[in-house]
Structures are given as structure tokens and as C-alpha cells.
Design a binder for this molecule. Structure first.
Ligand code: PLP
Length: 384
């Protein structure tokens, strides 16, 4: 297994992406979902070759992207996806909006499950629909879909659900049983399930990942997955995602999308995604997962020793930690004080929904040194 280690702070500060440009140099940025690791070697080779050739035109009409993803899904999730039932686009957000536009009528309601990735609220509105909030149930040890609440929402006329699996910000991987139950509910009410699976390659091996479309015939009838290599392999700026279906009817919806939706796929994004999904990158991804596993444990140790008031449940997937800081008494939005006085940038909890009051989201896709320094800085505020 390859060792995947983050770049040094000096190298990272030379990056020009959002994470490293939004705040002044004295701020440790642990907010936006970018990671601090070098590119996987296969991706680096593919992009260098394209640069050497000036291979920077439009994407071709026939590409290996869909079959690469299908092979990835078979190896990593044990799922047989049909490449003929997929289409690419620029990013997951665009895929979600384009699908929602077609499976809902203007003004219809789409269920979201807060606390949830803040742009979901805007993506539903961009598609012309309205948000219906059905919060996740906090069982005390995990977060679960509120299937009774979702049933009630469908019963009262919601026509789709925008699922986040693995869930951002909690890192929850939903179990096959609840996904199956969701599929059956949606099927009963004729609602669509749009499943954002952008964090799926980052499910830890102990948990595994069940694609929504692999949850039986009802899921195949109602489901649309939107997937990408962009979170695991840090390719968000290159613009490539896939919309995936598993039935003729749902695929007809994808086929009905204007060709422009597909043309917006970035050529570099496509080349990088094919390299990321190839078997040659599995070793790198396994190395990344091991590093992230170490980081989530490190964060747990640091929080319990330095910030014992913090409540944190280790995520099953990804590099985002959802931390409840209510016990510190730093108000509705503790990330504000942490940015101002500790010079650590975290995502604001309330942006994820009212359930996020008193919470922060911390990105641990970085080095142990940066994580440690960030928690030390935050802990030092307790004594002020
Ligand atoms: C759950 C989720 N969906 C979508 C996105 C955005 O993806 P994209 O840049 O492909 O639109 C993110 C980014 O962090 C995310 O966490």
C-alpha cells in the first residue's frame, strides 16, 4: 500500500485554490472540502501527458469514463453498474440540478436531510423546486434517515429526495436496509431519489459502501446517483462528474438532457477521473484511506484531551468531522470566534441547517501536524 502524506505547510501555501487563498497566511484553513495530499501518480501522469500534447480541447463523444467508473464500482463496492446508463457533466452540483429540474415540476417540494451540505438548499431552488426539511435522527450513537418523516413528506406531496450518502457533514454511511426502505417508500409515492455519492470512494473499509442503485428493483426504478472522483482525489477544480441510472425509464431522463450538459465536462477532469477510477490508483486510494483513518483517530484523541467539552463521533467516511461545541458556551456559531481569535478557519455549523447551532465542521484531510496545531490553537481559547 502506498503511503499518502500531506504536503508541508510551506508547499500548501503556494497553492492558489480556495482553501489556500480565502484567508490570510496566519489562518489554518480547515474549512472547504479540498485535501492537502499530492495527486495520485496515475493522475499526475495522465495530466502531464495531456499538457505535453496540448490535449486541452473538448471531451470526445466516446470516452472511457463510464466504463472506468463501472469497473471501479465493481472492485470497490461489488456493484455491477451499466456504463450505457450514465452521462457525464461538469460537477456533482450541476448533475443534481439538471436531474431535479427534470424529475420535479416548478414549486414542487424536494426533501433534504439536515444538517446537510449547505449548497443543497440552493441547488433545489436553482432547479425551481422548494426545500422540505426532514432532519436526520440522532440516535445518540449514529445518524439515521427519518423514514417516517420522509413518508409523511411524500404523503403530503414532496416529489423527490436529495440524499447525501455518505452524508456531509456527519460522515454517515447509510445502511442497505434503510436505503432499501427509502427506495420502497419513493416507489410507493412515485417520488425520485437523487443520491449524491461524491464521498463514496472515501468510505472506510470497516464500514463499506452501498450504492443506492444497488438496493433492489425499487431503487433502480426511482434512483439517480451523481458520483465523482473529485473529493477522494482532490480534483474539484477540473470539473467532471457522472450521472448514473439503472433502469430504462430513469436513463431516458438522462438521455433527455441537452448535449450542453455533457459538453460542460472538463477535458482535464475527464482524463483525471479515468486515471483515478483505474485499478492502478487503488493502491493510492487505500493509502489515503489509511491516512484518513489515522487522522480521524488523532482528532478524537486531541479533542478528548484538549477540548473535553467537544462532542465528536468519528465519521464512517471522508475527511470531514462534525463537532458539537455547545458545551464550550461559544454561542450559536463557534467557528466565528475560532476564526477571529484562534486563526483557524472551520465551516460554520448553522450553515448546514438549524441543527448545526453550536457546531463546526473541520476538514482533517491534511497532516497530523496541522490538525494538532489547529486543536491546540482552539483549546488555547478556553483559558482566555
Ligand atoms: C456532498 C457534496 N456534494 C457536492 C459537492 C460539490 O461537488 P462538485 O464540486 O462536484 O459540485 C460537495 C463538495 O464538497 C459535497 O460535499
Amino acid at each position: 500500500m502506498l503511503e499518502v502524506r500531506a504536503l508541508s505547510l510551506t508547499e500548501l501555501r503556494q497553492r492558489s485554490s480556495e482553501k489556500w487563498r480565502e484567508y490570510p497566511a496566519d489562518v489554518l484553513p480547515l474549512f472547504v472540502a479540498e485535501t492537502d495530499f499530492p495527486l495520485a501518480p496515475e493522475i499526475e501522469t495522465a495530466l502531464r501527458r495531456a499538457v505535453d500534447l496540448g490535449d486541452t480541447g473538448y471531451i470526445a463523444s466516446r470516452t472511457p469514463l463510464a466504463s472506468s467508473y463501472a469497473a471501479f464500482a465493481r472492485r470497490r463496492f461489488g456493484w455491477e453498474a451499466d456504463p450505457a446508463r450514465m452521462r457525464s457533466t461538469a460537477d456533482v452540483s450541476m448533475g443534481i440540478v439538471e436531474i431535479l429540474r427534470r424529475v420535479t415540476q416548478p414549486g414542487e417540494r424536494v426533501v433534504v436531510t439536515p444538517p446537510v451540505y449547505p449548497p443543497f438548499y440552493e441547488l433545489v431552488a436553482e432547479a425551481g423546486a422548494e426545500v422540505e426539511r426532514v432532519p436526520l435522527c440522532d440516535t445518540g450513537t449514529s445518524w439515521e434517515l427519518d423514514l417516517d418523516g420522509i413518508r409523511a413528506a411524500f404523503h403530503e406531496g414532496a416529489t423527490a429526495i436529495l440524499l447525501c450518502n455518505p452524508h456531509n457533514p456527519t460522515g454517515t454511511v447509510h445502511h442497505r436496509d434503510s436505503l432499501r426502505a427509502l427506495a420502497e417508500l419513493a416507489d410507493e409515492f412515485g417520488a425520485a431519489v437523487v443520491s449524491d455519492e461524491i464521498h463514496a470512494p472515501l468510505a472506510q473499509p470497516g464500514t463499506g459502501f452501498t450504492p443506492f442503485l444497488d438496493c433492489g428493483e425499487a431503487a433502480e426504478r426511482v434512483g439517480y446517483a451523481v458520483v465523482s472522483a473529485s473529493k477522494a482525489f482532490n480534483l474539484a477544480g477540473l470539473k467532471c462528474a457522472l450521472m448514473v441510472t439503472a433502469s430504462d425509464t430513469t436513463h431516458a431522463v438522462l438521455r433527455g438532457l441537452p448535449i450542453e450538459v455533457e459538453w460542460r465536462t472538463g477535458q482535464f477532469g475527464l482524463l483525471a477521473a479515468v486515471a483515478a477510477f483505474s485499478e492502478a490508483s487503488d493502491d493510492w486510494l487505500d493509502g489515503l484511506l489509511r491516512t484518513l483513518d489515522e487522522n480521524r483517530l488523532l482528532l478524537e484523541d486531541l479533542l478528548s484531551s484538549r477540548l473535553p467539552e467537544a462532542r465528536y463521533r468519528m465519521p464512517d467516511a471522508g475527511y470531514l468531522a462534525w463537532i458539537d461545541l455547545t458545551g464550550l458556551g461559544w454561542g450559536e456559531n463557534p467557528a466565528r470566534r475560532i476564526l477571529k481569535d484562534a486563526r483557524v478557519a472551520l465551516h460554520y455549523g448553522p450553515a448546514f441547517g438549524v441543527e448545526g447551532a453550536g457546531h463546526v465542521r473541520l476538514n482533517f484531510g491534511t497532516s497530523p501536524e496541522i490538525i494538532t496545531e489547529a486543536i491546540e490553537r482552539i483549546a488555547s481559547l478556553r483559558d482566555r
